[in-house]
Write a protein that binds this ligand. Structure first.
Ligand SMILES: *[C@@H]1O[C@H](CO)[C@@H](O)[C@H](O)[C@H]1NC(C)=O
Ligand SMILES: *[C@@H]1O[C@H](CO)[C@@H](O)[C@H](O)[C@H]1NC(C)=O
Length: 297
């Protein structure tokens, strides 16, 4: 007669299973189904570090932040952009004509001789890793056009006093250029600041491929979105989430952090490979650092 396993045997096997789950099954599941991962990022996540912020960022360092220094500037371009709400939580908005044709061309001209290979930051070190990110980047001088964009980005976000605009970089993707899924936030608010929001602006989009993919965002219902989103390639058995088409002058804006300072897992995104031609993007990142409250009052 078959007997039931002893309680101590079940206990032993249960104890064996726990490390197997933690170290083998769970990471396997997580890597296989990143879109299903509900929790927080881990060592597989990349942080888009641009110029070595990492945790413990110095928000008074003007080689990294664009302070409001009172330097006068004039804005020739119009601000005739149109905003379309895509998601309330996290906040995602699509902005048509965020930069004018003239502004985009000016930035492209100014950046052309400044490109160096882009880097990735994996939580410990910064390095060039073409399997994760293949593009070139150029730090942009704070001329009138860039100062106008800083101003526009501040105004768009309601002139929030605790936001600091990061120095802007153009990112150039040739054919086969790409950036694997990553977050723009680092979970470092407690250590001095984190990237509150991102404007992903398309400066040049003379390309095929190169869409900006968010696997955890849902396709909005209106078919009007097919002007800006890949509708044919989304849906069951196709690409996960939504993919923005690169369109010159337009931008995707999203908030990376919840009100409590934790990052939104839904902001996990990638630059799909450019298959033909060239794409140039512009990141406008706003860092958030709450002011210290004066306890004496
Ligand atoms: C931050 O950067 C400024 C300007 O470069 C520098 O004077 C200051 O010492 C830095 N602070 C820290 C904590 O590194
Ligand atoms: C992209 O193309 C430019 C111009 O042809 C070249 O100098 C640069 O090295 C290329 N970058 C990458 C990452 O392939």
């Amino acid at each position: 007669m078959a007997s039931l396993p002893k309680f101590s045997t079940i206990l032993t096997w249960t104890l064996y299973f726990i490390p197997v789950y933690i170290f083998i099954l769970e990471p396997l599941l997580r890597d296989s189904f990143p879109g299903l991962q509900a929790g927080y990022p881990d060592s597989t996540s990349l942080f888009d570090s641009s110029d070595a912020p990492g945790p413990g960022i110095n928000l008074t360092d003007d080689s990294f932040i664009s302070p409001e220094d009172g330097v006068p500037f004039t804005c020739p371009g119009s601000e005739g952009y149109q905003v379309h709400l895509l998601s309330r939580e996290p906040l995602v908005m699509y902005i048509e004509n965020f930069v004018s044709e003239a502004e985009a061309n000016h930035i492209l001209d100014k950046s052309v001789n400044k490109y160096t290979p882009s880097i990735v930051y994996d939580g410990q070190t910064e390095r060039i890793d073409p399997s994760k990110r293949l593009s070139d980047r150029a730090l942009l001088d704070r001329d009138d056009t860039i100062r106008c964009l800083e101003d526009r980005a501040r105004a768009f976000q309601g002139w929030h006093p605790d936001l600091y605009i990061e120095r802007m970089w153009a990112q150039r993707y040739n054919a086969s250029g790409h950036y694997r899924h990553h977050y723009d936030w680092a979970g470092s608010l407690a250590r001095g600041g984190d990237r509150f929001s991102t404007f992903m602006v398309y400066l040049e989009a003379d390309c095929e491929g190169g869409g900006t993919n968010f696997p955890r965002l849902k396709m909005p219902a209106g078919k009007e979105w097919c002007r800006f989103l890949e509708c044919e390639r989304s849906g069951k058995g196709k690409e996960m989430g939504i993919t923005f088409k690169p369109i010159k002058g337009n931008a995707v804006f999203w908030e990376n952090l919840r009100p409590d300072g934790t990052g939104y897992p839904e902001t996990w995104h990638a630059a799909f490979p450019v298959t033909r031609g060239k794409k140039v993007g512009l990141n406008i990142w706003s860092w958030y650092q709450p002011k210290r409250r004066n306890r004496g009052r």
